[in-house]
Design a protein around this ligand. Structure first.
Ligand code: HEM
Ligand SMILES: *[C@@H]1O[C@H](CO)[C@@H](O)[C@H](O)[C@H]1NC(C)=O
Ligand SMILES: *[C@@H]1O[C@H](CO)[C@@H](O)[C@H](O)[C@H]1NC(C)=O
Ligand SMILES: *[C@@H]1O[C@H](CO)[C@@H](O)[C@H](O)[C@H]1NC(C)=O
Ligand SMILES: *[C@@H]1O[C@H](CO)[C@@H](O)[C@H](O)[C@H]1NC(C)=O
Length: 327
């Protein structure tokens, strides 16, 4: 009878063989992340990051939203590897000025501050990609949302790609099927799409991101659209950067109001309202609007899944000293 090498070893079946096997298999999974990654190498990493996030959010509540978004954009472009933090140089164009990010993503100075503090407690150990993942979780917690265990051990990329950023980050103009495809390309389900979109219960968007929706669409609450027009002129180029809250009532509290807004056609972005337009995601939106616990449970699971997108581990990539440039 054919025996695989594994079965042969097991057939010998003595405790030493089993221990050897265990060690080998733990090497084999070095492509995976672990919640205890820094427990020995930098035991103060998590508390240092938590305190710095708390301070930044206390200073400006919107920063919690901005930090959460940084992790999302990082993960959607070739995996969670800290690309988004790289500055452009004359010979290198990163993601910061790609269309979905330019004049929109923020929080880089806060990440710099956190990185400096983490380097002070243990130099060259904690990656920028992991800092983004932890800061995203801590931000959600600071704003009243759920907590979860962050998987760790990501390493940082040495390059970035503007064209990948352009195509991988979903645009607010997408329809439901395009949103589903965009998430599916990252290994994320329809359920993950709906749960993660609940992030828009915090933060702000620029007029340029919702102008077409408030002037041209009919699947929008009329009084809601009217109130937004006051601060977002119809002419492109005027008031482009004027802000409106993604959740009109409580943009600095992480709860399930986002879904309640969708039920009364008050999603700010076209892409938001697509989740509740009589399509395949309607039921889930309704469920989350009624049961915050279910939303939180699914959101946590989806955040862990998103944080697992193609990490660099083992000897791949590097631990950047300065999140803005490769070593
Ligand atoms: C479903 C597809 C998504 C689309 C089309 C989308 C699009 C956008 C847009 C256009 C903005 C406003 C940007 C601006 O006007 O400057 C925004 C803001 C934001 N997004 Fe998303 N997003 C999506 C999913 C997500 C996910 C999955 C997360 C987090 C896990 C997220 C977190 C945020 C946050 C927190 C803000 C507010 C940021 C701030 O105030 O600084 N978004 N998003
Ligand atoms: C990014 O925004 C700045 C400031 O508005 C602008 O000058 C620059 O042309 C933009 N870059 C790209 C690549 O769109
Ligand atoms: C990114 O998209 C913008 C607008 O959608 C376009 O003008 C630009 O050429 C694109 N850049 C790259 C590198 O693909
Ligand atoms: C959604 O958008 C895609 C790409 O723009 C388009 O091909 C498709 O027909 C649209 N689907 C629906 C149902 O509108
Ligand atoms: C639109 O908003 C108004 C005011 O908040 C609300 O009374 C109404 O029910 C909403 N309309 C729809 C269609 O949900």
């Amino acid at each position: 009878m054919y025996q695989s090498p594994l079965q042969s070893v097991m057939a010998i079946s003595n405790p030493i063989a089993c221990i050897v096997l265990l060690i080998i298999s733990s090497w084999c999974v070095n492509g995976q992340l672990s919640p205890t990654f820094y427990d020995k190498s930098c035991p103060k990493a998590l508390s240092t990051i938590k305190a710095a996030v708390a301070q930044a959010v206390a200073k400006e509540k919107r920063m919690g939203a901005s930090l959460l978004r940084l992790h999302f954009h990082d993960c959607f472009v070739n995996g969670c590897d800290g690309w988004i933090l790289l500055d452009d140089t004359p010979t290198f164009t990163g993601e910061k000025t790609a269309a979905p990010n330019n004049n929109s993503v923020r929080g880089f100075e806060v990440i710099d501050t956190i990185k400096t503090q983490v380097e002070a407690v243990c130099s060259g150990v904690v990656s920028c990609a992991d800092i983004l993942a932890i800061a995203a979780r801590d931000s959600v917690v600071e704003l009243g949302g759920p907590s979860w265990t962050v998987m760790l051990g990501r390493r940082d990329s040495t390059t970035a790609s503007k064209s990948a950023a352009n195509t991988s980050i979903p645009a607010p103009t997408l329809n439901l099927s395009a949103l589903i495809s965009s998430f599916s390309a990252q290994g994320l389900s329809r359920k993950d799409l709906v749960a993660l979109s609940g992030s828009h219960t915090i933060g702000q968007a620029r007029c340029t991101s919702f102008r077409a929706r408030i002037y041209n669409e009919y699947q929008i609450n009329t009084s809601f659209a009217t109130s937004l027009k006051a601060n977002c002129p119809s002419t492109s180029g005027s008031g482009d950067n004027n802000l409106a809250p993604l959740d009109l009532q409580t943009p600095t509290v992480f709860e399930n109001n986002y879904y309640k807004n969708l039920l009364s056609q008050k999603g700010l972005l076209h892409s938001d309202q697509q989740l509740f337009i009589g399509g395949s995601t309607d039921l889930r939106v309704k469920k989350y609007s009624l049961h915050q616990k279910t939303f939180f449970k699914d959101f946590k699971a989806a955040m862990v899944k998103m944080g697992n997108i193609k990490p660099l581990t083992g000897t791949k990539g590097q631990i950047r000293k300065n999140c803005r440039k490769p070593n």
